[in-house]
Design a protein around this ligand. Structure first.
Ligand code: GLC
Length: 414
């Protein structure tokens, strides 16, 4: 009898313990971002004890994370319930059937509060696969104190950026003019998108699939990047830099200009940083007579097709992308919101008064082409850009080869 009581008792206890076990919702993301999102995840878990969020810290290069997700989905049994997705990944992941359609979960009215380009990035055929969390756009950072010291205005054109860098390198103890992201990875492509647009050109027209890399603007853009290194405006090591590497020397006071995303503002102004209080941002430089261009970036949430916990995964997505948590996240780390109302939110403007103007920049940012073969065409461009800026090919030969390969992948005639 006693044995039976004990047995039933432990069985019931086992059921009780299982009922109390939270469901784990897991996703992979760049390590820097996992550290930043930890606070919000903890808050969610405190409010939702039935769900545990597991954020797996991945490499800091965006497309290295994409490769890891791709491998895990290809193997079939992905451990990730959520795809924390760059703005350019959705056509590929949705076409492969790796994501759930979220159309039924979010109303048109709610989506109307998000930046149009961020929403568009989540659409594939008739479905909607990515809730925007934060937007991003490339911009030019500069040191106000250095420009004052040499008596120059912030540069508008490519030529002015080079001239101002040379003056500062000559007349102050700062070693380098300009740092950016030159490693062979997705970030290099985002830098290039801004420069080619600044010369009046384009990479791929998504409507016609025309490739513009081997047109004069494409070649000039690569020549500009290569000249920065040849003329020692940028350090030779720039060809190995991702975002964090380009920010570090700027933050330490050894560079006059930096191309980076808005988060760098908070990093560079962190208390104790030598340049804190002496930096400003502006749209990227461009060729005389052309317009500045910001590459659209950003991150959002998709839900894996094969997660056993779609309801819990959605609760996590809903939390991160709702106005309150989004506001707290972007004000703490100087990110750009995906919700339009936050650009004019008094609490946001109290911290970042310039966000009201940023909305216009955000709405005109240049997207990377939303083609299903994006990962392949980006890889082609990365390889040839890298070959040109590391002196293995001339800019012209590199862009001709890149254009030819891209046309083959896109299935258009050369
Ligand atoms: C930023 C952008 C992302 C881009 C990446 C490239 O994380 O938000 O869209 O692909 O940088 O390095």
């Amino acid at each position: 009898m006693l044995a039976l009581v004990v047995a039933v008792g432990s069985l019931l206890f086992g059921v009780y313990v299982r009922a109390q076990q939270p469901v784990t919702i897991s996703f992979l993301l760049r390590a820097v971002e996992a550290d930043q999102m930890r606070g919000l995840a903890d808050r969610f878990m405190a409010e939702n004890p039935d769900i545990r969020i597991e954020m797996v810290r991945g490499p800091n290069a965006a497309d290295a994370v994409e490769n890891l997700y791709t491998t895990s989905f290809l193997l079939g049994d992905s451990p990730y319930d959520i795809l924390f997705s760059d703005v350019v990944w959705i056509p590929k992941f949705a076409a492969a059937g790796w994501l759930r359609d979220l159309s039924d979960r979010v109303s048109e009215a709610d989506l109307a509060d998000f930046l149009e380009a961020d929403v568009a990035a989540g659409v594939y055929q008739d479905g909607f696969y990515r809730m925007p969390f934060r937007s991003d756009m490339g911009m030019l950072y500069y040191r106000t104190d250095l420009l004052d010291q040499v008596g120059l205005q912030p540069p508008e054109t490519f030529a002015e950026l080079i001239a101002a860098s040379e003056t500062i390198q000559d007349q102050t103890d700062v070693d380098w003019g300009f740092t950016w992201q030159g490693l062979q990875y997705e970030g290099l492509v985002t830098n290039f998108v801004e420069i080619i647009a600044g010369y009046g050109g384009f990479w791929i027209d998504p409507n016609t699939l025309e490739v513009g890399l081997d047109q004069p603007a494409g070649i000039q853009a690569v020549e500009f990047m290569k000249n920065l290194i040849d003329q020692r405006i940028s350090p030779p090591g720039v060809t190995n830099y991702i975002e964090e590497d380009s920010l570090r020397p700027f933050q330490n006071g050894n560079v006059a200009f930096l191309r980076n995303w808005p988060y760098a503002w908070a990093e560079a102004n962190r208390e104790g940083t030598p340049v804190a209080g002496n930096i400003a941002i502006k749209p990227m430089v461009h060729a005389e007579g052309e317009q500045p261009a910001a590459c659209l970036g950003g991150w959002g949430f998709g839900i894996s097709a094969n997660t056993p916990h779609p309801e819990e995964a959605w609760r996590v997505v809903e939390f991160f992308t709702s106005p309150g948590p989004m506001r707290d996240f972007i004000t703490e780390f100087a990110y750009v919101p995906s919700r339009r109302a936050l650009f004019t939110d008094p609490e946001v403007l109290a911290v970042f008064p310039h966000y009201e103007q940023l909305l216009e920049v955000a709405e005109t940012a240049v997207p990377r082409p939303p083609v299903g073969q994006y990962a392949q065409v980006s890889d082609i461009l990365q390889r040839y850009l890298s070959a040109a800026i590391t002196d293995q090919m001339t800019p012209e030969a590199a862009m001709q080869a890149a254009a030819g390969e891209s046309r083959r992948v896109l299935g258009v005639e050369g």
